[in-house]
Design a protein around this ligand. Structure first.
Ligand SMILES: [Zn+2]
Ligand SMILES: [Zn+2]
Length: 144
């Protein structure tokens, strides 16, 4: 499956099955995406390829390690490596819209915006789950 930014200059490909999606409702993800939450997934680095535009990606890293990569032409959030792990964080809104994807988790419920109503199904976490448990959930084949 392919994905691209708003202006189309950054384009990437994910090989194989796309893992399930999650939404994080924390204040950082709100500001990064400009909305109530983000919607994203985490794919194995071996299944991820840049097709074009990698050289125009800008990166901002907060002292805490929170990282936001974005297209320097249009500002869309774009994929970035998950810390130093062999995984890539992928914003779901960049993917082909007709993909059969499923939201399986909501993170940082305790710090969501007061006006944020969570309508989609999925496991709800007050903060963030432990990473290996979370990766297992995203990559599980069963329905939530
Ligand atoms: Zn762009
Ligand atoms: Zn977040």
């Amino acid at each position: 499956m392919h994905g691209e930014c708003l202006c189309g200059q950054v384009k990437f490909e994910i090989l194989g099955r796309i893992p399930k999606l999650y939404q994080c409702h924390c204040s950082l993800c709100r500001k990064q995406g400009g909305s109530s939450s983000n919607a994203a997934t985490i794919v194995a680095a071996e299944n991820f390829r840049w097709l074009r535009g990698e050289e125009i990606i800008s990166s901002w890293v907060k002292d805490s390690g929170f990282r936001s990569d974005f297209c320097s032409k249009c500002g869309s959030p774009v994929p970035n490596p998950l810390r130093n792990l062999p995984y890539v964080w992928v914003p779901a809104g960049l993917l082909d819209a007709n993909a059969q994807l499923e939201i399986c988790a909501h993170l940082s419920i305790a710090s969501k915006a007061a006006w944020d109503t969570i309508a989609s199904p999925g496991v709800k976490y007050e903060t963030v789950p432990e990473l290996s448990e979370f990766l297992e959930l995203l990559h599980s084949k069963t329905h939530a």
